[in-house]
Ligand binder design. Structure first.
Ligand code: FES
Length: 242
């Protein structure tokens, strides 16, 4: 019987594991059978990436990946050359060693520490939308920098009040709102969220220029140069304190 060795993962398998695996079923099913609670948000149907693992041994013995798996893997957090979706990899007769990535793109999954139920801060596209062109631009930036996602906040700026700040991040801030929007792992500073609700982020190319543009319905006034803006909302006082 082939063996599967799982390297330690702080939350899912703190001490690592090694067990005799069942051939003919997926690596993901094998882990779940051993009560190693790997995420599998789409129930093993190759539609989510949350079962992403890295094969540190035995990668070349695996069955070929499908086009669907390849497309999805592009969106997985912490992609490595020997990454696969474990629900799509069959155990055959070779021993395998796997590493479970620190995170998945599913920020509110069962396997990650959650805020208290009444304070879950999840972003959907209704709260903050990202157009296809902006999503491809951000995805390229995230990949090129091997980052975890994008964080958006408001900062004091210029004559009129505030400006947008967009950072690539390597880790999440537990206070941020978080979500997967149009394939982008998105985080929004908690106190900025109310001022960004309903915003659409677009990426516009015009002649030689290209820029990310925030279409924010909450803005009440802009300075003449368009660099800064303000809001007609008394919570603005709290925002300025950050
Ligand atoms: S469980 Fe969703 S892709 Fe494997």
């Amino acid at each position: 019987m082939p063996k599967i060795k799982v390297l330690p993962h702080a939350e899912i398998c703190p001490h690592g594991a090694e067990f005799e695996a069942e051939s003919g079923i997926s690596v993901c099913e094998n882990l779940l059978n051993q009560k190693i609670d790997l995420e599998h948000a789409c129930e093993l149907s190759c539609a989510c990436t949350t079962c992403h693992v890295i094969f540190t041994e035995g990668f070349n013995s695996l069955n070929d990946s499908s086009d669907d798996e390849e497309d999805l893997l592009d969106k997985a957090w912490g992609l490595e050359p020997r990454s696969r979706l474990s629900c799509q990899t069959l155990v055959e007769d070779t021993d395998l060693e796997i590493q479970i990535p620190k995170y998945t793109i599913n920020m509110v999954s069962e396997n990650h520490p959650k805020p208290a139920k009444n304070s879950i801060k999840v972003i959907s596209s209704k709260d903050f939308d990202i157009t296809n062109s902006a999503a491809s631009h951000l995805t390229e930036m995230i990949k090129a920098n091997n980052s975890f996602g994008v964080r958006i906040s408001l900062k004091d700026s210029g004559c009129s009040g505030f400006a947008y700040q967009l950072d690539l991040i390597d880790d999440k801030d537990e206070n941020d709102f978080a979500g997967l929007v149009n394939g982008v792992n998105l985080f929004i500073h908690d106190k900025s969220f109310v001022f960004l609700k309903g915003t659409k982020l677009d990426f516009i190319k015009k002649n030689l220029n290209q820029e990310l543009v925030f279409l924010n319905p909450n803005v009440s006034a802009e300075c003449g140069c368009g660099e800064s803006f303000n809001f007609d909302n008394e919570l603005v006082k709290d925002l300025s304190k950050n």
